[in-house]
Design a protein around this ligand. Structure first.
Ligand code: MIC
Ligand code: SF4
Length: 753
């Protein structure tokens, strides 16, 4: 039986009335995305439809999921909100804080030894406030959510950008910062700008070496890392129906990499099969009753250009396997072009590691298809040229895959089977030799491949591909290996070819698990005492941020002008720093240390105007704070791309940065800045970015009249005394300006607003 089946039935009971009303209001057939959005309004008394990309709307999500690395900050904030229980079903998943090193059993034990304090904190807070707790080793949040909590037509938010994975089961599932989750946990609405809609029509059918992953790798090439910003991507067409539910999850998952708010698919038989096989026939039966409400109206898919803001069409029958990278997930290369492109760009051809796993691609189907390639290597006497690492998505997947002999196949190739956790995907990888910083290539089935992400080495070229392609490439040891045309030489000196992968959408003998790793919270947690040791280096209770003094900012200094890509991994690195995710002051020591200084192209090396010396970013900023000097951070396009981690907003706030001024923001990061009472502005004229000099002073002219839709002017005083007056834009609405005034959104909740 499914978790929270009563809540799900209630959603379905009300769906018809709500959707019919929305159809009347909009006077138009509805996309699936609109059906879900309109059926989850906080207040459904409406006179006119929402304007896409413009109106801020209050929603009432059905559930929340948090992972260990972000839950710490989310729950530290929730603890301040003064509530006794979470208002909607919520779960916490321990998956990020487990390093991949020696193999699952030993690694899990050492994570328990190292992060016991944090796991205990999360477990006791969860127990106290009625939150379901998934222990370390239970699996990666998004696989566990897909297997247990996602349901067609539902809306959820999660403190991780890949929450969108649940779109594979027909949800609108959105990644948010912890402060957003706290709103919903505290029984308040959750605000989002009504998204635009991108329709992706999938014709044809996947076959041979092409996998669902290649659909999103192709879409990433088309849309780039910011092409989906502010939009929901809705997939449809015969190609969509022919794909497995977990395959759909893969596609939705990586929608985060094009900046999409989320992605989704209409309810179909693959979802029904998945629900039944994961022991949720009750949801499948209930969904079947309201089927037509769990997909778009037929007119929409017949003439998509009338109803979507943008339509992309992909013929799956013609789609080539792709390998995307390095350093950005949108550099898309069909495998038949890799040989030329890798030479042109001087990417190392030799592949050192093939990694299979992450929330994107760690389903039973993924492992089975990759295993079919691994088995061929054994049968055809091939020796694997690269090393293999596997992270199953959940204990249920691992247990079942082991029972069915897949894990054994990988082990026969000397693969390391790591814990059911994020592992190398988030830099939790003790890769030998990474400190030598050699230029090298790895291939993985993950979603992100930003510099330093997997192993901390800036010269590791990480490429993203489907699990089956990762397996083939790792066996061949070559980045440009095209299994469709190329052969390999085996240990007998014979030329052999790899046959097309085969696999199982779902386990023929059903899923099985002995201990799923779930802990149900007690009914009444009021007696539970959550203790945070004052001396802890891992956890720190939060001090409220100070309210705005209502004045203009004057004589502010430039802390750093970041050059080029500045993702949340650059602003608040993960890997070893995950350790401090519950301790704001300690984690602030990584603030912007990965951002490239535009004036010397170095990282963590900025001018301290108090001394004239060049220093690390956090130290310089602490110095400014101590001396009461306000500072500004300047950035390029899509600033804050990637993760939902609100540390990337809280750290500069904690250290006293006043303004982040960029060409454009990634959605979650912009909201995180607003929530934490920071001023996030964009250049009205993008080229004004070039005007900013290292020694400039910033004087705000009209911040005192901060109001929605009104530009903010800043006088830039250069060191030679010359001045430029620039205009900046912002997207703060009245409520968000209140957060700014109060110092943070949480301060406002505490006041009872
Ligand atoms: C990631 O993939 O970058 C993470 C780690 O899962 C993040 C969350 C985090 O920083 O903890 C995400 O995607 O939101
Ligand atoms: Fe974990 Fe990687 Fe997925 Fe983030 S992208 S949730 S780190 S597996």
């Amino acid at each position: 039986m499914a978790f929270n089946i009563e809540m799900i039935k209630k959603v379905y009971d009300e769906l018809k009335t709500k959707v019919d009303k929305a159809r009347e209001l909009t006077q138009s057939p509805l996309t699936l995305s609109e059906k879900i959005l309109y059926s989850h309004l906080w207040n459904d008394k409406l006179n006119s439809p929402f304007k896409r990309g413009e109106d801020y709307v209050d929603f009432a999500p059905d559930r929340i999921a948090c992972q260990d690395a972000t839950a710490q900050m989310a729950l530290l904030q929730f603890m301040q909100a003064g509530k006794s229980k979470v208002a909607v079903p919520t779960t916490v998943h321990c998956d990020h804080l487990i390093q991949a090193s020696l193999g699952a059993t030993k690694d899990l034990q050492s994570a328990l030894n190292n992060s016991n304090e944090v796991f205990n904190f999360l477990e006791s807070v969860s127990n106290k406030y009625g939150i379901g707790f998934w222990k370390p080793g239970a699996g990666i949040i998004h696989q566990v959510v897909l297997e247990n909590y996602a349901f067609p037509g539902g809306m959820m938010i999660g403190t991780d950008s890949h929450t969108v994975n649940a779109g594979g089961l027909g949800m609108v599932a959105i990644g948010v910062g912890g402060a957003d989750a706290v709103d919903v946990m505290a029984g308040m609405p959750w605000e989002l700008k009504f998204p635009k809609l991108i329709g992706v029509k999938l014709t044809g059918k996947l076959s041979g070496w092409t996998a669902p992953k290649d659909v999103i790798l192709k879409v990433a090439g088309i849309l780039t890392v910011k092409g989906g910003t502010g939009a929901i991507i809705e997939y449809f067409g015969p190609g969509a129906k022919s794909m497995s539910c977990t395959g759909k999850g893969t596609i939705c998952n990586m929608g985060a990499e094009v900046g999409a708010t989320t992605s989704t698919f209409g309810y179909d038989e693959s979802m029904e099969r998945y629900l039944r096989s994961t022991d949720r026939s009750d949801i499948a039966d209930a969904a079947n009753e309201v089927k037509e409400y769990l997909t778009a109206d037929p007119e929409v898919y017949e003439s998509p250009e009338k109803y979507f803001d943008q339509v992309i069409e992909i013929n799956l029958s013609e789609l080539m396997p792709h390998v995307n990278g390095p350093f950005s997930p949108d550099i898309a290369t069909p495998i038949n072009e890799m040989s030329a492109k890798s030479k042109e760009n001087d990417w190392p051809i030799k592949v050192e590691w093939g990694l299979i796993g992450s929330c994107t691609n760690s389903s039973y189907e993924d492992l089975s298809r990759a295993a079919s390639i691994a088995q061929q290597a054994i049968d055809k006497n091939l020796t694997t040229k690269a090393e293999f690492g596997i992270n199953p998505g959940s204990e249920q997947v691992r247990f079942t895959a082991e029972r069915d002999g897949f894990l054994n196949i990988f082990e026969n190739l000397n693969a390391k089977i790591f814990t059911n956790a994020c592992g190398p995907c988030i830099g939790q990888w003790a890769r030998q030799g990474a400190d030598l910083k050699e230029k090298n290539t790895i291939v993985h089935s993950f979603n992100r491949n930003f510099a330093k992400r997997a192993d901390g080495n800036p010269n590791t070229h990480a490429f993203v591909a489907s699990p089956e392609m990762v397996a083939a490439i790792a066996i061949s040891g070559r980045l440009d290996f095209n299994p469709l045309t190329d052969s390999l030489i085996n240990s007998e000196g014979e030329k052999v070819r790899l046959d097309e992968p085969t696999g199982w959408e779902l386990p023929p003998k059903g899923f099985e698990v002995e201990d799923s790793g779930y802990l149900e919270p007690v009914e009444d947690g009021s007696d539970i005492n959550v203790v945070v040791d004052k001396k802890s280096e891992r956890l720190q209770l939060l001090d409220p941020f100070k309210p705005w003094d209502g004045k203009n900012i004057n004589n502010a200094r430039l802390l750093i002008k970041a050059l080029g890509k500045c993702t949340t991994d650059h602003i608040s690195m993960a890997g070893p720093w995950l350790r401090y995710r519950g301790h704001l002051d300690n984690i602030s020591n990584n603030c912007l240390i990965g951002a490239v200084n535009a004036y010397n192209e170095k990282t963590n090396f900025v001018k301290n105007h108090l001394t004239g010396d060049y220093q690390g970013v956090p130290d310089t900023q602490r110095d400014y704070k101590k001396n009461g000097i306000d500072t500004v951070v300047v950035g390029d396009h899509n600033y804050g791309e990637g993760s939902s981690r609100e540390h990337a907003a809280m750290e500069p706030r904690h250290l006293g940065v006043k303004v982040v001024l960029v060409k454009s923001f990634a959605r979650i990061h912009e909201t995180n800045l607003k929530k934490q009472g920071m001023l996030g502005l964009t250049f009205s004229n993008e080229s004004d970015y070039d005007l900013i000099q290292e020694d400039d002073l910033f004087n705000f002219i009209d911040l005192e009249s901060f109001s929605p839709g009104k530009q903010i002017s800043i006088e830039i005083v250069h060191s030679d005394g010359s001045k430029d007056l620039i205009k900046t834009d912002h997207t703060y609405n009245n409520q968000q300006i209140e957060w700014y005034k109060e110092g943070s959104a949480l301060n406002l909740i505490k006041k009872g607003n």
